[in-house]
Design a protein. Sequence first.
Length: 176
Amino acid sequence: MFYRQSIIIFGFVLPAAVCAIIVGGGIVLKSKATASFEEKQALYKSSEQSRAGSQNIEKEISQKRGFVEHWNSQLERETANAISSALKEIGDKLPAKEFQQTAVEYPNGAAGFAAASAQSSSQVRLAFRATYRSMQRAFLELETLMPQLQMQELKIDPNSSTSSMNFSVTYTAWEK
């Protein structure tokens, strides 16, 4: 009888408590490891999605690299020379009766869009006598050849003596 309490405490309760602590610690460790594993799996999936997305973007960029190089070379050209050569090329494609360049002016200083921007630019004022259809085509060709041009102002006046119209256009030419 004297040993019954000691046997119960040291033989059953203490080993059961130690086993419960070990099992509880194991459960806690397993849950932490599972949570860490799931977190790492989520980070891996996110990383793989980001990598796949960046590869797609890189693929798209590499396809457009030629365009970017062309645009950079356009920006490096002197605006006056680029516009005059582009207008000569356009004028050669259009009928002389329907399209005539009447004036070119390169005002100093930034105005319009360029005044509010830190990007370097210049202004170009052009005047034409042309039919509406020919002028539309000329604008399309000019802005395709020189994507750095941004139309700032356009004035169209009828010409009473012929079927053509007088066009006055101001462009902002963005430069590098």
